[in-house]
Design a binder for this molecule. Structure first.
Ligand code: ADP
Length: 319
């Protein structure tokens, strides 16, 4: 059964003040099956949030159609909205309320009350290990616990589809792993369909299928293995003082196609372990450091765009 379908979705935004207008989505067509964890992997500004805002009925696309469990977002907006739970990047919790009050409040918004609401709130607090913290104010909780409350809240009205926008932002590696274990559990036990965005390749690996987004387009989609298999062999990354010059010399001497990505020389090659000693010997003293690895989803993105998913410059401006 199809959980989510979009047909050629486009989204343009107008110029405002000094900011130029543009097109955040340039024709997104996709199909997500019920019970899939479907990921959107792309750098900042690739259109992930805009797509989620459209799918969660917050904004209308400029063009194109979208269906959630067969409900046309243009016509059956309310039915579509009831079928989905959403966790956006900007926390939607009321920090001045307790854990339990936040969950109860969400239930009220969806018209759930009385014994039924109490049962659901208990169930979600239990599931996310929040029962002992039910009376704590959200503002006193750590980032990891707040994320759990967000998730618990998004599930109170028993949605069939969960939409998570960069849910692991700000979480440490342990909390991040826990979050992904929870997402996987929800899918396995309840058959929940999950749409999730990330700019981290290793999170993409935890999805059943994913679409790679760049500048408002889907540039590749498939299972993590299918996507990675487009890169034959290994990925070698070499640090050197003058990377552009070094890449040119490697290109000249060996029949390979190095790229310079973020100041390092990157080569996709079968039997990379045999190539490394040859380069080191051919250019004595020039190789400062070298790594060899199996292709990751980040490599798929680099292979297609020549850019990294998460550039240092972005990390600095986000900090
Ligand atoms: P992501 O979530 O992948 O970071 P977004 O969907 O937030 O990407 O944004 C895609 C691009 O469209 C960005 O360049 C963003 O600045 C721009 N954009 C989207 N919506 C608007 C809007 N309403 N006004 C101005 N710019 C927008």
């Amino acid at each position: 059964m199809t959980a989510v379908e979009t047909r050629d979705i486009r989204y343009s935004y107008p110029a405002r003040g000094k900011a130029k207008g543009g097109m955040a989505l340039k024709g997104i067509t996709l199909n997500v099956q019920k019970g899939e964890i479907f990921g959107f992997l792309g750098p900042n500004g690739s259109g992930k949030t805009t797509l989620f805002r459209i799918l969660s009925t917050l904004v209308r696309p400029t063009d194109g159609d979208a269906f959630i469990f067969g409900h046309d977002l243009k016509k059956n907006y309310d039915a579509a909205r009831r079928a989905l739970g959403v966790v956006f990047q900007h926390p939607s919790l009321d920090k001045k309320l307790t854990v339990e009050e936040n969950l109860v409040h969400h239930g009220h918004i969806y018209g759930i009350r009385g014994e039924e609401l109490r049962r659901r709130v208990e169930q979600q607090m239990e599931r996310f290990g929040l029962t002992a913290r039910r009376e704590e104010f959200v503002e006193t909780l750590s980032g990891g616990f707040r994320r759990r409350v967000e998730l618990a809240k998004s599930l109170i009205h028993s949605p069939e589809l969960l939409i998570l926008d960069e849910p692991s932002t700000g979480l440490d590696p342990v909390a991040r792993r826990e979050l992904w274990d929870t997402i996987t559990m929800l899918r396995n036990k309840q058959g929940l369909t999950v749409l999730v965005t990330t700019h981290l390749g290793e999170e993409g690996d935890r999805c059943n299928r994913l679409a790679i987004l760049n500048e408002g387009n889907i540039i590749a989609s498939g299972t993590p293995d299918e996507l990675k298999s487009e890169i034959g062999g290994d990925v070698i990354t070499i640090s050197a003082a003058a990377p552009e010059d070094f890449a040119a010399r490697i290109r000249q001497k060996f029949n390979v196609h190095p790229q310079v990505v973020e100041g390092a020389v990157r080569i996709e090659l079968a039997r990379g372990h045999e190539f490394i000693p040859q380069v080191v010997e051919a250019f004595p003293g020039l190789v400062q450091a070298v790594t060899l690895g199996k292709p990751t989803l980040e490599d798929v993105f680099i292979h297609r765009t020549g850019k990294k998913l998460w550039a240092e410059a972005q990390a600095e401006s986000a900090a």
